[in-house]
Design a binder for this molecule. Structure first.
Ligand SMILES: Cc1ncc(COP(=O)(O)O)c(C=O)c1O
Length: 446
């Protein structure tokens, strides 16, 4: 069969070097289980769950069938002033999985919308309680909360912010990054114990600077995913919770990557034993098959918002926010089927078990290779950090990504890191294959 050709003139690819893409395109035309088929008929292992989404693997029939059935039953229904049966069921399932009193589920369509929604809930909640002056947000350096103006502002990946300076939210500060490349370059499925208290900075600089009474919320990823799988110091999130509690600041966990099994638990909150006031989710909730995201809020937040409206007329809306596709019935049907499938196949537990194997394989197979300066593994994900090519930041990781792709493995370049985060159904043989290809690529690109 002749290799199909594509018109490269019209599709502007996201977060992709478009100028060079056409000369060496990476185009998938089919997927099943752990494997993609490319347009030129090659098989490629999905080593990154397609951007952390496809936890249950590709082409899962129960999810596909649920979507098809839903399309034939209720294709779409307005989201405002009415809803649909699937949204209620999905919300109930997500709330049942979320820890503590996180029981109120808002729907949107992506992780970016989820981050912006959570920030807006924080502002609205404080205002409803008569503390509208609480409008400062604290993010963290190298955090990623999507590409909306809110998420970008609290995010801390320099390249994502650089061009948009004047449009970033004004009242935002950032915690220091959680990485010590000297003492904790290698993290093997554990929590690094730091001598230094990283959160002293929050207590001694950031809170006094803005005055704690003005701070609405702190938002962090439990494990910093997009930056390259950076693991927080032991006790960090617990201490962050305590500091927020002491000062009436809401704590938001961005669980777009850590939610639904990546760490072997429902959420990162469960893994670390810390319950935030809100958590955001997306990606794995539908196995990536259909866009869906959202925010799970505590009863306290929801009740506070409703209480503030007690005196308002019955037809008054309490929160002026939402999307046309909030709780889309087809997306919610996909979520229901995904969560049922993950439960039936014990996929969260499997992610935890296979995570140990991935961690062992990465540390054994990559440590000591040329330019490797760190390896961090936790849950079913890991990053190998490489020393940069002088004057060409990110090029080494990009070249290794391309090399791996040509040899049948999809990895993710993130700055100077290569990240692996395969679907939870990954087998040991596939881990070995990914590691062999990656190790060879690291050697070849030395
Ligand atoms: C932690 C986190 N938050 C938010 C997002 C943004 O999600 P989306 O690309 O669906 O808008 C991502 C995407 O990778 C993410 O990793």
């Amino acid at each position: 069969m002749p290799t199909p050709t594509f018109n490269m003139e019209h599709h502007w690819l996201p977060f992709t070097p478009n100028r060079s893409f056409g000369s060496d395109p990476r185009i998938f035309v089919a997927a099943d289980g752990m494997l993609f088929t490319t347009h030129d008929g090659r098989q490629v292992i999905d080593g990154i769950s397609s951007l952390w989404c496809v936890g249950a693997g590709h082409n899962r029939k129960p999810i596909n069938e649920a979507i098809k059935k839903q399309l034939d039953t209720l294709d779409y229904a307005t989201a405002f002033n009415a809803s649909n049966d699937q949204a209620f069921k999905a919300a109930e399932m997500i709330a049942a999985m979320a820890p503590g009193d996180l029981n109120k589920v808002l729907f949107c369509n992506s992780g970016s919308e989820a981050a912006d929604t959570a920030l807006k809930v924080a502002l609205a909640y404080h205002r409803a309680r008569g503390e509208g002056h609480r409008n400062v947000f604290i993010g963290r350096e190298r955090g990623y909360h999507g590409v909306g103006f809110g998420g970008m502002s609290v995010g801390g990946i320099p390249a994502n912010r650089k061009v948009f300076g004047a449009a970033l939210l004004p009242r935002v500060d950032h915690l220091r990054f959680i990485h010590d490349p000297v003492r904790h370059a290698y993290i093997h499925n554990d929590e690094p114990v730091w001598d230094e208290d990283l959160l002293l900075e929050l207590e001694q600089r950031i809170l006094p600077l803005h005055d704690a009474s003005n701070i609405a919320a702190v938002i962090v990823e439990p494990v910093a995913g997009s930056a390259g799988w950076y693991v927080p110091p032991k006790g960090y999130l617990k201490r962050l919770r305590e500091i927020c509690d002491r000062h009436g600041i809401l704590l938001i966990f961005d669980e777009v990557i850590t939610g639904f099994g990546r760490l072997g638990t429902g959420f990162g909150a469960d893994f670390y034993g810390v319950v935030p006031d809100m958590l955001t989710y997306a990606k794995c909730v539908t196995n990536g098959v259909i866009p869906l995201g959202g925010v799970v809020c505590s009863d306290r937040i929801y009740d506070g918002m409703m209480k503030a409206n007690e005196g308002a007329p019955e037809h008054a809306i309490e929160f002026f926010h939402g999307y046309t596709y909030s709780g889309h019935p087809v997306a919610c049907a996909a979520a229901i089927a995904t969560l049922e499938l993950m439960k039936a196949e014990n996929l969260f537990e499997r992610a935890g078990q296979m995570g140990k194997k991935l961690g062992d394989a990465m540390h054994t197979g990559l440590k000591g290779l040329p330019n490797v300066v760190g390896i961090r593994t936790l849950g079913l994900a890991g990053a190998v950090e490489l020393s940069p090519i002088p004057g060409a930041p990110g090029k080494r990781a990009y070249d290794i990504f391309m090399d791996c792709f040509h040899r049948g493995v999809l990895v993710r370049p993130a700055g100077e890191n290569i990240v692996l985060c395969p679907p939870y159904i990954v087998e040991q043989a596939q881990i070995d294959q990914m590691l062999n290809v990656l190790a060879d690529a690291i050697r070849r690109n030395a």
